[in-house]
Design a protein around this ligand. Structure first.
Ligand code: GLU
Length: 419
């Protein structure tokens, strides 16, 4: 299979886990369809007076275990097919770490880097109103994803609050701290990537200090993963973003690079320079002789054509869906470890859950409480996936998906099919 559909890839992973589980065919049929997909037109008056219309989607894959949960992305490649896949992965992600949510995802097909701040704000507010019939504090709770941030969440929260006539804190997660966001949420996905990497290294009797790392993507997930792994002693020798790759075999100055991005146009590394740093391509980054590779950008970056060239023994998926099933087979046949997205990048939604709980209670935790609880959840989830993979000789994606699917299937079977 290596067609263009991301949803076909997600179904492929589900079918693989279902087969190993000998899952009931009726339950599999239910899980193969998102519960609800909404496609909306989002008109925006641009700064020059023209009206542009963007297409947006919100997909709820499953609410069997609790309210649907998942981010909203703004990207020029967003399609309904992609959002359906991302929503399904959110269901498994929430289930594998055992938080009481189902899965959802949203996206608007737009390149926000080419728009003014006002245009993006109007786009966000109009998209929010368009999906308001199906989102809600106890039904579907959005969060940040690719090209969206705490600022975007603030607009969503404000829009819903204005229309409801009262402030609704628990409608989104990933909000700014000033708006009832959680300490540690911004770093949570990267922190989760770091915890997962350390858990894997521990199992393989390797010390972070002897490991080199390459990170594809330098947004919220990639940059924080690189920073925290470096703090644990790993040598980060390459990172990349849309402006290309940056390489130094002696290690990159990650903090400086993060500061550079904070001030640069569109928050990218374009133009970054430091002694010993050379430019490489994204393709070269994947082929570097490193121990750990963290794909933290978009889907299908590791595919049938480049998987064979990967030298890293561990691939920790900061992004959603970065490895195609064909690539995964090549990697696992070579004895490499792929820590699957639904586990590797689950830190974000875990702390989203903590934020939602805090927002509902209007009672806020310290950053240490957030980080300690996140660590506990990730360490437990990693152990259950690892143990199942070892015991039953599955790769980690099958093991993680099996644990998740079983939990969701049990909820569906316990509830029964309405009416
Ligand atoms: N967008 C993030 C993800 O893919 C976070 C979702 C959330 O916090 O709801 O996991």
């Amino acid at each position: 299979m290596e067609n263009n559909s991301v949803f076909a890839m997600a179904l492929d992973q589900l079918n693989s886990a279902a087969k190993l589980l000998k899952l009931d065919a009726n339950t599999l049929r239910v899980l193969s369809h998102p519960e609800r997909s909404l496609t909306v037109a989002v008109p925006v008056v641009m700064d020059d007076g023209r009206i542009e219309v963007f297409e947006g989607h919100r997909v709820q894959h499953s609410s069997a275990r609790g309210p649907c949960k998942g981010g909203i992305r703004f990207h020029q490649d967003v399609t309904l097919d992609e959002v359906k896949a991302l929503a399904m992965w959110m269901t498994w992600k929430c289930a594998v770490v055992n938080i009481p949510y189902g899965g959802a995802k949203g996206g608007v097909c737009v390149d926000p880097t080419k728009m003014s701040k006002r245009e993006v704000r109007h786009l966000t507010r109009r998209f929010t109103v368009a999906i308001m019939p199906i989102i809600g504090s106890h039904s579907d709770i959005p969060a940040p994803d690719v090209n969206t941030s705490s600022e975007t969440m603030g607009y969503i929260m404000d829009t819903v609050s204005m229309i409801k006539g009262s402030t609704v804190l628990d409608i989104v997660t990933g909000k700014a701290i000033d708006l009832g966001g959680s300490l540690g949420r911004r770093e949570a996905t990267g922190r989760g990537v770091m915890f997962n990497t350390l858990e894997l290294l521990k199992r393989l009797n390797k010390s972070p200090k002897e490991c080199t790392v390459a990170v594809q993507g330098f947004g919220n997930v990639g940059s924080v993963s690189a920073d925290l792994l470096q703090k644990e002693g790993c040598k980060i020798i390459a990172v990349s973003d849309v402006s290309g790759g940056y390489y130094n075999p002696d290690g990159l100055p990650i903090k400086d690079m993060i500061n550079y991005c904070a001030q640069s146009n569109n928050h990218i590394l374009e133009g970054f320079n430091a002694s010993g740093v050379s430019k490489i391509s994204n393709a070269e980054l994947f082929e570097l002789d490193v121990d750990v590779l963290v794909p933290a950008a978009l889907e299908k970056q590791i595919h049938g054509k480049n998987a064979d060239k990967i030298k890293a023994f561990a691939i920790v998926e900061g992004a959603n869906g970065p490895t195609t099933p064909e690539a995964e087979k090549i990697l696992t046949d070579k004895g490499k470890y792929v820590v699957p997205d639904i586990l590797a990048n689950s830190g974000g939604v875990v702390v989203s859950y903590f934020e939602w709980v805090q927002s509902i209670q209007s009672f806020f935790w310290t950053e240490d409480e957030v980080n300690d609880n996140l660590k506990r959840v990730i360490v437990n989830a990693f152990a259950s996936v690892w143990d199942m993979a070892q015991k039953e000789k599955h790769d980690m994606r099958n093991a993680a998906t099996m644990i998740a699917v079983l939990r969701v299937a049990r909820a569906i079977e316990a509830r029964g099919i309405w009416p």
